[in-house]
Structures are given as C-alpha cells and as structure tokens.
Design a protein around this ligand. Structure first.
Ligand code: UDX
Ligand code: UDX
Length: 457
C-alpha cells in the first residue's frame, strides 16, 4: 500500500455523517475532515453563517462552531474531496427497498454502490473505505469486489457501524459504550484497522479509551449492527406485549418493568412501554435481519424477528382501538390534539414515527386532527402532505382548544409542566387525555376532571 495521508472525507451529510464527523474533527485537530453530499441545500445549511444546521441535536452547534473552518469542511465537490483524503467514510442512506427482489425488507444499496464507483473513479491513490451506513452482512465483500476489480489503486474496505441514538448523538459520540471496527485479516486490513482505531482514540489518546474500541472481522461487524438494533427493538416489543396484558388484568407495566429491570442480568434500560418504536433504524434493521435469515433458509429465525415488527404495528392499532372505545365508538368529526409527532423527544425526526401511523388511522375515522410539536412540525407537514385538513400548531394550548381528547405521542419534557387546568377549560367535555408515554401525572389530571388513559395500566 502506498503512503496515505490522514485526511478524512465522509460521503453523506445526514444524521450520521454530520454529527459523527463534527466530533471526529473535534477530537482529531491534526486531521482535515471534509463532509460531502449530493444535496447542495443540505451542504448550504451545514455551512450557514447563523449555524442553521439541517439537523437538530443537543450540543451539535457548539461542536460545529468550534471546528468548522478549522479542520471540518462541508462541500458538494466529492471529486476533489476523494482526491485529497485517503480515508473515506460512507454514510449515505440505505432505505428499505420498495421494488423488486426483497421489496419491503432488503436494503436498497443503489446509493452505496454508486458511491463506491465514484470513489474508485476519483481516487488518485490507495484508500481506506469505511462503511458507516447500516448494510446487510457481506456488503463489504461486494464493495471490495467493485473497488478492487481492475483497479489502479488498493482499496481496503472496513465496517464501522454507528450506534449513536438521535437526541443524544453528541454525548454518545463523545462517550460511546463501544466503537466497533471490522476489518479483513490481511496485512493491509490490519494497517487500515489500526488507522481507524487511532481516529477514535483521538489526538493524544484523549477520546475513546482503548478497551472500548472493539475490533472484529468484517462480517461480525456488519451483523452486530443489525443484531444490536434488533435486540433493542425486541425489548420494546416485549414490554409492549406485556402492556396489553397489564391493561387487561389490572397490573401496571411501569411497576412490572421497574422490577424486571432491577435484575442485573436484564438491566433497566429500554423497558419503557409506549406507542411502539420509531426512527430510521429499528424497523429497517429488523426487516433486514428477517430478509437475511430467509435468504439463508433460516425460516424459523426469520419468523421470530418478524414478530418484533408485528407487535410494534399492533401497538399503534391498539391505541386507536382504545380511543374508539373510550370515545363512545365514534370518532368522526371529533377533534383530537396530537401532542408530539417526533418519534421520540429531543429530535425533529419523524421517520417511522408511531404518531404518523396513528394520525393516518385517525384520519380514516374522519377525526379532526391538530398536531403540535416543538421541533417536528416541518417534517410532519411533509409526511402528511397527502392528508386534507390537518391543523398544525406550535402552541400546544392552541392545538388543544375545543378538542375532545389530547393524545400524547412524544414525551417532550415540557408537556408534564403545561398548565393542564387551562387546557382542561378550553376542551370539550368529557375531556380525555391518552398519555401513550406514561409521562404525565395521571392522578393530578384526574383531579382536574380529565378522563385519563395510559399504556399498560
Ligand atoms: C443513513 C441511513 O438512514 C442509516 O440507516 C445508515 O446507517 C446510514 O445512512 P442518515 O445519516 O440518518 O443515515 O441518513 P440521511 O440523513 O438520509 O443522510 C444520508 C445523506 O447521504 C443524505 O444527505 C444524502 O443526500 C446523501 N447521499 C445519498 C449522497 O451524498 N450521495 C448519494 O449517492 C446518496
Ligand atoms: C437507535 C439505537 O439506539 C442506536 O444505537 C442506533 O444506532 C440507531 O437506532 P434511535 O433510533 O435514535 O437509535 O432511537 P432510540 O433512542 O434507540 O429509540 C428508538 C425508538 O424506541 C423510539 O421511538 C423510542 O421512543 C422507542 N423506545 C425506546 C421505547 O418505546 N421504549 C424504550 O424503553 C426505549
């Protein structure tokens, strides 16, 4: 392998590429980091004077302020960036394929492959190519084949899946539980892995402690990302499956989860019952795992993982059924105020949000819907552009005015502290609150006169 420089380019300036590279640049002031994207508008936003960044993450602006123009740059010129930088991270999107073979389950790899071909075309020396996008197992092998077939230069393909969660991305990046780097067991592979390890260790070893940087073979790394998300999604579906049983029997899911989680073998996290999981990764990754199992003839395993999704979809249907029942079996022309549209708090992201599914089910029942959210209104408008007559309000009080029910879908931390007496007064009676995140003080609401529904109690 020829002598390589330490510069980094990341292709894809999205939720993963943007924050990750900002922190990489912060912890590696001796490396130049360039983030490129085909979407010029996105790059413009990353470069905007007033730091009007294309994504919202607590703490992100501060990091970008520190490093942008110092050693972090945003650009649309992929050709120049690939020429200049010998370490290429790829964080382009890999949505679920909606056509042909594996439709609805497999990953659509066309962007990934097109990107690999571009890297090959613009390279003027050897490169380390790092997969950051979540990809099906063995994609690295395919990329290796594309890159190294009749190539002038040597390309070493590694897998470095990202485990950051939205809303805590910067914290997760600065203090990760672990960093995973998968590489081939060749001499070039070992050298490439060592180089990527040194990025995560940071300048002077000030970033991730050595024992938290785990290295594996490429396929283990690829599979681990899917498996980790599938296990987390499965915990949420398991607790939601128990929630229905709690409602039927008089048990309380929060109590049940607290006690289950006190067992150190299980642990307390990811046991919160709610409206089901959303976000760009869980559903896609579980579907991907299902597809992989099927393609290798592991039908029972495929069926097992599909149930995680089935349970999740069922949770949203159950929310609407309960509303229906509690609102005298007719929802037509009633007003429901949806509090929170983001798939979880502290993000404006609405991909696969359970609120989207619920709003569509309510719309079928001819409900008058008003949606409020502190961050996600612009995305909600895009997602629901095909629905007529939805009202969008940034002010929750306005959203609730004249409503028959408030349906809380996202646990924004401001919601428990709202003036619920004022909300009660402005609503039509009987006034219902369905708190699908169990984050409000139900006893206090009942005292005010609300009828209150929760998940799992
Ligand atoms: C995405 C996937 O959602 C995730 O599953 C995967 O693990 C990593 O990639 P994210 O960063 O959230 O994560 O996606 P997104 O915000 O859509 O960003 C991808 C970016 O890549 C977009 O800005 C898109 O314009 C860009 N892109 C896509 C390119 O620059 N070139 C392409 O050929 C395709
Ligand atoms: C997830 C993984 O956590 C992260 O490691 C991976 O890289 C990407 O996918 P993210 O999608 O940002 O991150 O959100 P996360 O915080 O994991 O929540 C996912 C969904 O599960 C949310 O809709 C959340 O509300 C829901 N959830 C989570 C529950 O309903 N109950 C819980 O106890 C935890």
């Amino acid at each position: 392998m020829s002598r390589m420089n330490k510069n980094i380019v990341c292709i894809g300036a999205g939720y993963i590429g943007g924050p990750t590279m900002a922190v990489v640049a912060k912890m590696n002031p001796d490396r130049k980091v360039v983030v490129v994207d085909i979407n010029a508008e996105r790059i413009k936003a990353w470069n905007s004077k007033g730091y009007d960044l294309p994504i919202y993450e607590p703490g992100l602006v501060d990091v970008v302020k520190e490093v942008r123009g110092r050693n972090l740059f945003f650009s649309t010129d992929i050709r120049k960036a690939v020429k200049e930088c010998d370490i290429v991270f790829v964080g382009v999107n890999t949505p679920t394929k909606m056509f042909g073979r594996g439709a609805g389950r497999a990953s659509d790899l066309q962007y990934w492959e097109a990107t690999a071909r571009e890297i090959k075309e613009w390279a003027t020396g050897d490169k380390i190519v790092v997969e950051k996008s979540t990809l099906p197992v063995r994609t690295a092998a395919a990329m290796d084949a594309i890159l190294n077939d009749h190539a002038k230069y040597g390309f070493t393909v590694l897998s470095n899946p990202e485990f950051l969660a939205e809303g805590t991305a910067i914290k997760d990046l600065l203090e990760p539980d672990r960093v995973l780097i998968g590489g081939p067991s060749t001499k070039a592979g070992a050298a490439a892995v060592a180089e990527i390890v040194s990025i995560y260790r940071g300048k002077g070893g000030r970033w991730v402690p050595a024992e938290k940087v785990l290295t594996t073979n490429v396929w283990s790394a690829e599979l681990t990302k899917l498996a980790a998300n599938a296990m987390l999604a499965q915990r949420v579906s398991s607790v939601n499956a128990l929630a229905g049983l709690c409602e039927a029997t008089g048990a309380d899911i929060d109590e049940v989860a607290r006690v289950i989680g006190a067992d150190r073998r299980i642990g307390p996290k990811f046991l919160k019952a709610g409206p089901g999981f959303g976000g760009s990764c869980f559903k896609k990754d579980v579907l991907n795992l299902v597809y992989l199992c099927e393609s290798f003839g592991l039908h029972t395993a495929a069926e097992y993982w599909s149930q995680v999704i089935k349970m999740n979809d069922h949770q949203q249907e159950r929310i609407v059924s309960r509303l229906f029942k509690e609102m005298f079996n007719t929802l037509a022309n009633k007003k429901i105020a949806v509090f929170g549209f983001a798939f979880k708090a502290d993000t404006g992201d609405t991909r696969e949000t359970p609120a989207g599914t619920v709003v569509r089910l309510l719309d079928e029942e001819h409900v008058r819907i008003s949606i409020t959210d502190p961050k996600a209104i612009p995305n909600a408008k895009k997602d629901l552009a095909d629905l007529q007559g939805i009202e969008y309000q940034t002010d929750p009080y306005k959203a609730a005015k004249g409503a028959d029910a408030v349906l809380l879908m996202t646990d924004w931390k401001d919601y428990p502290g709202l003036d619920w007496a004022k909300i009660f007064k402005s609503m039509r009676k009987p006034a219902l609150v369905f708190d699908t995140r169990n984050c409000l003080d139900a006893a206090a609401l009942r005292k005010l006169g609300f009828k209150v529904l929760n998940i799992g109690k």
